[in-house]
Structures are given as C-alpha cells and as structure tokens.
Unconditional design. Structure first.
Ligand code: B12
Length: 472
C-alpha cells in the first residue's frame, strides 16, 4: 500500500522534480553539513530532489556558441528546485508535520575564512544518502539518469521517513570514472587528482571522490578568473587569465600564493561583487515566479537573436536589484558537471565540443567573440584590454568586504565541534580500511592573521610578475 513517502515522492514529481529520494534519521550521519537541524530545529529526515540541466543549452555553452541559454537555464532551475522544495514542504506541513526547503545555493555558514564555503546544508550529501547518485571523480554527484549535469535541491522535515535504498558507494568511481576522467581534463586548473582518491564518511560508509588539490583552483576558474586550458587549446567563458600560470601551474600546496592570486584577480576584475550577487540572489532566495521562472523563457523557447537573450538577462537581473553589470552572463565554468552525461559516449561528445571549439575572449564592445588560436586570443586581448580603473576596483573591493562581513564572517562553535568529531571518525574509518591519511580534509583556515599574510605574500609575487616580459 502506498504510504506517506510515496505521497511525498508523487507530489514532488508532479511539481516538476526529475528524481526524488528520501533519507530517514538513521542515514544522516556524516560531516556537519548533513545535519538537517541546522536548517530547521527538530528536523530528522531529508527529501532530495534532482532536476536535469537542459542539454541543448550545455551544447551551446561547451561549443562556445553562446553561454546565454545555460545562464538562463541555471537561473530558472535554481528557482524551480527551490520552489519544488518549498511546495513539497508546504504539502508535508498540510499533513501535520513541520518541513522547510533548503535554498538551492549560497547559504553559507559563518566562518573566519571568506572562501570557506560551507553550506547550511549540503545537497550533494543529501542526494547520496537518499540513493539518487554517488560521488564522481570531480566530487559532483553523478546520477544514472542524467550524469552529473543536474541541479540539486533538498527539504528537511521532522517527520520520521522510511529511507530509499542507497547505491553502492563506489558505483560511479568504479564503473564510470576509472576509465573516463574527462571531468579532470575539462578543468582549466587541475582542481582534482585523476589518480588519487580521498574519502568522506557518510552514513557509516566511506565514499571516494578524486583528491582535491586546492579548492581555490575551483574558485579561480568558476568565477572566470583563469579561463585557458592546461594544454592551451581552448578556453571556458571566463574573461581573465593568469599569464604566469599558462606554462607553469603552481604547486597546489602554495596555498597563500594561490589565495593571493585569487583575491587579486577578483579585485582587478572590478565587477566581482555584482557578479557574485546575481548568483547569490538567485541561489539563496525564492523570488516571485514572474520575476525569473516565468519571465525568462525555457532554453528551447529562446529568441534566435543573441542580443535579445542578453537584454532579457539584464532585465531579469534588474528585477533582483543588481544593476550595471557589463556582462550579464555570470556563469563561466562548471564544465566538470556539464560534460558528465548519462554515459561515456555522451560525455565524450560534450568533451569534444569543449575542446574543439577554441577560445572566447572579450571583443570590441566587451562581448565575447570566438578565436581559433591562442595567438588570435592574445591579439584580441591587446586590441581590447579590460578597462577597469582604480576607483571601480576600490568600490568593488569595498562592496565584497561588506557582503562578507554582513553575511558570512563569524564563528559557529557547534559546527566546529561537530566537524572535529566527524574528522576523527573519518580518520579512524580510513585507517581501519587501509586508507590512512586519505580522508577528505576540511577547507578551513582558522587563523585570522592569515588573510593579511596572504595579501602580503601575493603582492610581492605580483610585482615580480608585472616586471617580467609578456609571454606572447
Ligand atoms: C560551495 C559550492 C561551490 C564552490 C566550491 C566548490 C567545491 N568544489 O567545494 C564553487 C563556487 C567553486 C562551486 C563550483 C561548482 N558548483 Co557548487 N556548490 C557549492 C555549495 C554551496 C556547497 C558545496 C559543498 O558542499 N561544499 C563544502 C563542503 C560541505 O564539502 P566538502 O569539502 O566535501 O566537506 C568537507 C569539509 O568541508 C567538512 N565539512 C563539511 N561540512 C562542514 C560544515 C562545517 C561547519 C565544518 C566546520 C566542516 C564541514 O567535511 C568534509 C570532509 O572534510 C553547493 C550547494 C549546497 N548547498 O549544497 C553547490 C553545488 C554543490 N554546486 C553545484 C555545481 C553544479 C557546481 C559547478 C558545476 C558550477 C555550476 N555550474 O554551478 C561547480 C563544480 C565544482 C566541483 N567540482 O565541485 C551543484 C552540484 C551538482 C552535482 N551534480 O553535484 C550544487 C549542489 C548546487 C545545486 N543546488 O545544484 N560550488
């Protein structure tokens, strides 16, 4: 006989979810961000939701035709997954329980380190313990149905729900990643190791993913600050690059230097705050349907003219209260998830699109234009250099600092203690299974003086780089 769990699944599917999974209280042990009570006091179970990314929009993005359709898809689907979570929570509440939707993105816990992006609740962990997928090499959750090219959502409830079966912890790593590894090749900065694993203890089991070299690499490419591939044959949609990294990628252990570069590149772009604000406002808040989901057409119904798509996004961002962004296409990377389709052939097709479509670079009016070679890329850079003046940089840096202090800076004791206990359990589990030292390490940098030393060390290196000869 269908029970409460089936009613919830049915409701969420009818509301538009592609996949729905459930995890009850016995499943929710792991890192602190699997704790549902952070989102709602008394929460004991989780409902996880998956929406697939629009595939033609992925082709346009990877093939450097246009990044507009994927930007629109991500904006609409982040709202939609949040809305489905909210409506399903309301449905659960109508049956006498309490429930709360988790925003799609960008609700971070307070921390001393501004780049320590620990979510209020991890949708990835929720999807894994609810049986919807398992970690892949890139750390993304890979589903059988859509690969990693999905948007995840969750809700938490005080109802004690019966869990769905989980998938074998190594399902993706053993059956797909071992022979594919194209996500690693699609990362401009080698964020993960293709031959080394690290482990997370979730639901009493060790889950493998590719060892993360340095998450600041991921922040660099995801925010468009280093756009050129390691073999220098293609770019993502980022507008910037670190020239000294073209031939010599830094050792990921040079953490201060890399962090310094990240902060400087961000400051020099002059528009990092409004770009982040667009992502944050869409990810963290549920807007009236008419502002985003209904206002922006689905990628399949977009106007043929690029400039109309562009104008639509500008208008949508104004509805969110973000004005004056020169380029409304804020998403520049994400290849590791986007190329990962339901099977290897599809993944290879997407990878080929990415790697065989050359470069995009800001052209005469600031819009991105395609070039086939690096030489042409640098010619365009010389002809149309980014014009950012000191006052823009200062304004942007001030605005970033203010967002950080207001929304993310602080210290949350409970999470820190939960984390210390969790790290000890994970370490022990790794040692017991012959994986000593391979536990996934937290991103945490606790020393408040750290930032100052980063800035100082970065400044010195930057001067050295500025005085060196251009390399093209
Ligand atoms: C922060 C974040 C980012 C950051 C950092 C990414 C990273 N690699 O860590 C940036 C902006 C760079 C980013 C990039 C991307 N992201 Co993102 N991102 C998130 C976010 C908000 C949290 C991710 C996360 O779980 N991080 C940190 C911790 C929890 O993970 P961890 O390192 O494994 O945890 C360790 C420690 O930190 C510690 N720990 C865990 N929790 C806590 C809590 C406390 C208090 C403490 C002290 C310690 C601790 O334990 C672990 C072991 O040591 C989620 C949304 C959400 N709320 O879940 C989306 C999300 C993970 N991103 C997503 C996507 C799609 C992307 C991109 C593809 C870009 C894009 N197109 O959107 C890339 C992929 C990069 C990659 N390979 O991971 C999807 C995932 C899809 C999937 N199939 O898995 C999500 C779920 C958004 C969504 N709603 O769909 N992302």
């Amino acid at each position: 006989m269908p029970g409460f769990e089936e009613d919830i699944r049915d409701f969420a599917r009818k509301a538009g979810a592609g996949l729905v999974g459930i995890a009850g209280p016995e499943r929710l042990s792991g890192p602190p961000s699997i704790d549902p009570s952070y989102t709602m006091r008394g929460a004991r179970s989780v409902v996880s939701l998956v929406l697939p990314m629009n595939v033609p929009a992925i082709y346009d993005f990877l093939g450097k035709k246009s990044s507009g359709p994927h930007n629109i898809d991500q904006a609409r689907m982040n709202q939609q997954v949040h809305r489905i979570a909210k409506e399903t929570s309301d449905y659960i509440a109508s049956l006498g329980h309490r429930a709360k939707a988790v925003p799609a993105n960008n609700t971070y816990r307070r921390a001393l380190d501004p780049f320590c992006t620990r979510p209020s609740f991890s949708h990835r962990f929720a999807a894994v313990v609810s049986g919807l997928g398992t970690f892949g090499l890139s750390g993304n959750v890979v589903t059988r149905e859509f690969g990693a090219a999905v948007y995840l959502g969750s809700l938490v409830t005080d109802a004690v729900l019966k869990s769905d079966p989980v998938l074998p912890a190594r399902q993706t790593m053993d059956n797909r990643c071992r022979t594919c590894k194209l996500c690693d090749k699609s990362c401009t900065l080698r964020m993960f190791e293709d031959n080394e694993e690290e482990y997370l203890l979730l639901n009493g089991e060790l889950h493998a993913r590719g060892k993360r070299n340095n998450v600041d690499f991921c922040n660099m490419s995801c925010f468009g600050l280093h756009a050129i591939s390691r073999d220098k044959k293609w770019s993502n949609w980022g507008r910037h690059l670190v020239e000294e990294w073209l031939d010599n990628q830094p050792d990921p252990k040079q953490r201060k230097y890399i962090r310094g570069m990240l902060m400087r590149q961000g400051a020099m772009s002059g528009d990092s705050t409004p770009r982040f604000e667009v992502i944050r406002r869409i990810g963290a808040r549920l807007w009236p349907r008419e502002d985003i989901e209904d206002f922006l057409p689905a990628p399949d119904n977009l106007p043929a003219e690029e400039k109309e798509i562009y104008a639509m996004l500008v208008r949508a961002q104004e509805k969110l209260g973000v004005f004056g962004l020169k380029d409304p296409y804020v998403l520049t990377c994400g290849q590791c998830a986007m190329i990962c389709g339901p099977d290897f052939n599809e993944t290879k097709k997407r990878y080929d699109l990415l790697t065989q479509s050359g470069f995009v670079v800001p052209g005469p009016d600031g819009r991105m234009v395609r070039t086939k070679t690096m030489e042409e890329y640098f010619k365009m850079k010389e002809m149309y250099p980014a014009k950012v003046n000191l006052s823009q940089m200062a304004k942007d840096a001030g605005a970033s600092g203010s967002v950080w202090l207001k929304s993310y800076f602080g210290f949350e004791l409970k999470g820190e203690i939960q984390n210390i206990l969790y790290q000890a359990r994970n370490k022990k589990a790794c040692a017991k299974t012959g994986q000593a030292g391979k536990e996934a390490r937290p991103l945490y940098i606790g020393n408040p003086g750290y930032l100052l030393s980063v800035i100082a060390s970065g400044k010195k290196r930057h001067r050295k780089w500025q005085n060196s000869k251009p390399r093209w």
